[in-house]
Design a protein around this ligand. Structure first.
Ligand SMILES: Nc1nc2c(ncn2[C@@H]2O[C@H](COP(=O)(O)OP(=O)(O)OP(=O)(O)O)[C@@H](O)[C@H]2O)c(=O)[nH]1
Ligand SMILES: [Mg+2]
Length: 426
């Protein structure tokens, strides 16, 4: 989503480099045109990495650049020369960026630390040059392997700020004022609703200790369903360790602080169980305004036993010391912010599917299909007996020949694989 300049969710295209093809060539001297194979391997394709960058604040740059392609490997050379590997691509993202595969929705990684590099798409391997297919019996292999082709993928980048404490509350209650008072952050403050349009982070230092606070736009009723700006920003406080629930205790806008408090808690619960169960302390702000004292008494009477309540005046800073001590008291009991766990190491692979299936068509031809066959057809150029032999060897190794026999395929029957047909030899 994008509000003004702030962008915290984007879709980008990534693709690792294809492997370069192996070379099929023979050494040539004057008068001796083909003295032996000398085709080198193709180069490996470049990889795609995500890199955490503490100096990035949002995903805005991705609105201009949304395609990241690593370089392909070069074709192998004659004279046994290797093809050059393709250059890797490093995609810088802000800390707290979740990377998801669009197709499956799976979480690939949570880029959490500055400088952290996560490999997400590995470049294809280079194909082997014909030199590498020489055996005791095969002196002049007239085929080379093609480079591994890799697919492109769409990934979703989603930012979830990394902060210890999240400020929540209705608009205009003084959340940003509080942040500006206790940290070096300078968020916009004004006497109207939705002054804050994107999360503000501030480092709060208190003697030798510190924590990171996140001030988000004010929530209103229906925030969890998408009213106001709430919904889009609630996820930014999902990974905080605790919440500071800021209430305008003066009720100066004609609202009832107790009702406000209840409503915001309902919104949090509606949005997620995670938010509803985060430890919460209450900040009763605007104690300087007439009427605050009575409201505070009523509030304490109702919630004093369940919550720690801190009366403050954010504009003057009154009460903030006690508040910070209260925050540390809670934080000291909680584990640090952790990255979102990823089920397994996720990585886009060039060719993962090596399965096959066999069908018998109307003419009695055995047709073999599947990932294994796609891979073979991509990798071997079937243009001569040599490569054919190699192809058949792989079929034998992978159990295709055995399976054909099992299905009743006899010597001389026709087998169709990819775009070639041949007579079966068990
Ligand atoms: N009297 C009084 N006014 C305050 C106090 N704290 C904040 N204000 C005023 O309340 C108004 C709103 O303050 P903000 O800090 O922008 O409120 P917010 O909760 O961040 O508002 P949104 O970003 O719209 O959600 C401003 O005019 C502040 O000057 C306080 O302790 N006393
Ligand atoms: Mg604000």
């Amino acid at each position: 989503m994008a509000t003004g300049e702030f962008t915290d969710k984007v879709r980008i295209l990534i693709k690792a480099g294809d492997g370069g093809d192996g070379m099929n060539s023979f050494k040539a001297f004057k008068g001796k045109p083909a003295c032996g194979p000398d085709g080198g391997d193709g180069g490996k394709g470049g990889d795609v990495y995500f890199v955490g960058d503490k100096d990035m604040n949002d995903l805005f740059p991705f609105r201009f650049t949304s395609r990241f392609l690593a370089e392909n490997g070069e074709v192998g050379g004659t004279n046994r020369c290797f093809g050059k590997s393709g250059k890797d691509v490093f995609i810088k993202v802000p800390l707290g960026t979740l990377v998801r595969d669009e197709e499956s929705g799976r979480l690939i990684c949570d880029v959490f630390e500055d400088g952290q590099q996560v490999l997400v798409a590995r470049g294809g391997n280079g194909g082997k040059g014909n030199v590498r297919f020489t055996t005791a019996r095969r002196h002049a292999p007239n085929f080379a392997q093609k480079g591994e082709k890799v697919k492109q993928h769409y990934v979703i980048l989603e930012m979830k700020v990394i902060a210890d404490v999240g400020f929540v509350g209705f608009p205009n209650v003084g959340k940003s004022t509080l942040l500006s008072k206790i940290s070096a952050a300078r968020p916009k403050i004004a006497n109207y609703h939705f002054t804050t349009l994107s999360p503000n982070l501030g480092v709060v230092r208190y003697y030798e200790k510190s924590f990171v606070a996140a001030d988000i736009p004010g929530l209103i009723e229906g925030a969890a369903q998408g009213a106001g700006l709430g919904h889009d920003f609630l996820r930014h406080i999902e990974r905080t360790r605790m919440l500071c629930h800021v209430v305008d205790i003066s009720g100066c806008e004609g609202r009832d602080p107790i009702e406000d408090f209840k409503k915001i808690n309902e919104e949090l619960k509606e949005y997620s169980e995670v938010l509803a169960t985060l430890p919460q302390i209450v900040v009763c702000n605007k104690c300087d305004v007439y009427g605050a004292e009575d409201n505070l008494k009523a509030f304490k009477k109702k919630y004093g036993r369940k919550y720690k309540i801190f009366p403050i005046t954010a504009i003057s800073g009154d009460g903030t010391r006690a508040l910070l001590e209260g925050v540390f008291e809670v934080l000291d009991t909680l584990p640090p912010v952790e990255p979102v766990p990823v089920d397994e190491e996720f990585e886009y692979k060039a060719n993962e599917d090596l399965s096959f299936e066999i069908f018998k068509d109307e003419d009695g031809v055995y047709v073999v299909v599947g990932g294994l066959i796609d891979m073979l057809c991509r990798n071997v150029v079937l243009n001569n007996p040599d490569s054919m032999q190699y192809f058949q060897k792989i079929l034998r190794l992978r159990g295709v020949i055995k399976e054909l026999s099992k299905m009743g395929c006899k010597e001389g029957d026709t087998v169709s694989i990819g775009d070639v047909e041949f007579d079966f030899i068990p």
